[in-house]
Ligand binder design. Structure first.
Ligand code: DOR
Ligand code: ZN
Ligand code: ZN
Length: 420
């Protein structure tokens, strides 16, 4: 099977043709002619690696009313993702090889074609007490371990997880929030929370945990990955740690680049997310962190919820944003059209770096790489309409927003799995 992608613009190569043979990229050159190949017309489009999402919630098994592996992977494909890592806070929790295998098998049998890489739990039942079956999950195909949704408050447990995880080639992805400091907060603590009469969460809750993780990583000389960094202070802690050679990587999410706690003034629970959206000064620091390599990756933290869990008063609503289908546009709009980075730089944080963190042969367009790629129009104008999401989760604070940048087609292993 040969596929010839003609006339697109590629990162590093510029305008070029790309030949795919048996699911792998075989050639990228200015002009390729190939008898018998199926031709894909990419004229006027940007051809880039499929995005690799280090952090999402597919809700399967057990919470299929929010999302399942079929709807979730279809939404991921529509969003331009070709690989997604799904967190362990399912029902039952993915804390053993049976659940890990179930997710992988269901994705292969019924998913859209997007690669699904489960993240196993750190602790049994996400209870923060005893370690989960880390080695078994690694053998079954888990790519990392995390209690995401909850922090690992016990530093000894965290140490053990880092040691066991690394013995099996897996990094701990930590949801950094000190639950005592969170103290039932529902939005960022500051001027807006006071004005709105909503209970705030101090940024220190996040930064205290990041600092602890840095100390553990540095002392033990083991890798750590920080999930959804949302504060300026968090970025600075990671920047300084990287300068000292600490084996730390980090992600942030599109909603932290685009939204601030001003959005909460609507009392719309679609703005409720954990950690919460912060201030413009935090957005600037996160963007600077992405530009200078402090923040390695953009991850969606796609967290679909049922409308009944969102259409309630702010304090009662569950946290999370349905993120797959807005990520590309929100990032391109902010980072590229906002003149902070080029499309090539964006490819590094959306594709290349996350693929490196989970050690997969994707995230770059070059001969020998898996042909996981997308065709996108970075300039196409469209209006975000949550009702049109393929995800079951319609919970986005960005409904109605005019954006630029649209995913047109998605390919995995050279096979088209989505077309706009
Ligand atoms: O907003 C969030 N939603 N943050 C998390 O850490 C968990 C996630 C979820 O699972 O809904
Ligand atoms: Zn989290
Ligand atoms: Zn999450």
């Amino acid at each position: 099977m040969k596929l010839l992608v003609k006339g697109g613009t590629l990162p590093e190569y510029g305008r070029a043709d790309m030949l795919v043979e048996d699911g792998v990229i075989s050639r990228i050159e200015g002009n390729i002619e190939c008898e018998g190949a199926q031709v894909v017309d990419a004229e006027g489009l940007y051809v880039m690696p499929g995005m690799v999402d280090l952090h999402c919630h597919l809700r399967d098994p057990g919470q299929e009313y929010k999302e399942d592996i079929v709807s979730g992977t279809r939404a991921a494909a529509a969003g331009g993702f070709t690989s997604v890592c799904c967190m362990a806070n399912t029902t039952p929790v993915n804390d053993n090889a049976v659940v890990t295998s179930f997710i992988i098998n269901k994705a292969k049998a019924e998913g859209s074609g997007v690669h699904v890489y489960p993240v196993g739990a750190v602790s049994k039942g996400l209870k923060g007490e005893n370690m989960a079956e880390i080695g078994d999950m690694a053998k079954a195909g888990a790519v990392a371990i995390s209690d995401d949704g909850k922090p690992v408050m016990n530093a000894l447990l965290m140490r053990l997880a880092m040691e066991y995880g690394s013995a099996f080639g897996m990094t701990v992805f930590d949801h950094c929030e000190d639950s005592n400091l969170v103290n039932k907060g529902v939005m960022n603590e500051g001027y807006n929370s006071t004005l709105l009469g909503l209970r705030g969460t101090t940024r220190a809750a996040e930064e205290v945990q990041i600092a602890r993780d840095i100390v553990l990583s540095e002392t033990l000389n083991l890798p750590i990955h920080i999930c959804h960094v949302s504060t300026k202070g968090g970025v600075e802690l990671i920047r300084q740690a990287k300068k000292r050679g600490v084996k730390i990587t980090a992600e942030t999410a599109p909603h932290y680049l685009v939204g601030t706690d001003d959005l909460c003034a609507s009392y719309d629970a679609n703005t409720k997310v954990n950690p919460p959206m912060r201030l413009a000064s935090d957005q600037e620091a996160l963007i600077a962190g992405l530009c200078d390599g402090t923040i390695d990756a953009i991850a969606t933290d796609h967290a679909p919820h049922h409308r009944d869990e969102k259409e309630v008063e702010y304090n009662m609503a569950l946290s999370g944003i349905s993120g797959f289908e807005t990520a590309f546009a929100l990032c391109v709009e902010t980072l590229v059209h906002g003149h902070h980075m080029t499309m090539e730089d964006f490819v590094k944080v959306a594709c290349t770096n996350p693929a490196r963190i989970i050690k997969k042969n994707c995230g770059q367009l070059k001969p020998g790489m898996d042909a996981d790629f997308i065709l996108a129009d970075p300039n196409e104008e469209w209006c975000i309409d949550a009702r049109k999401f393929l995800s079951k989760g319609k919970n986005t604070p960005f409904h109605g927003r005019l954006v630029h940048g649209r995913v047109k087609e998605t390919y995995v292993g050279g096979a088209r799995i989505y077309k706009d």
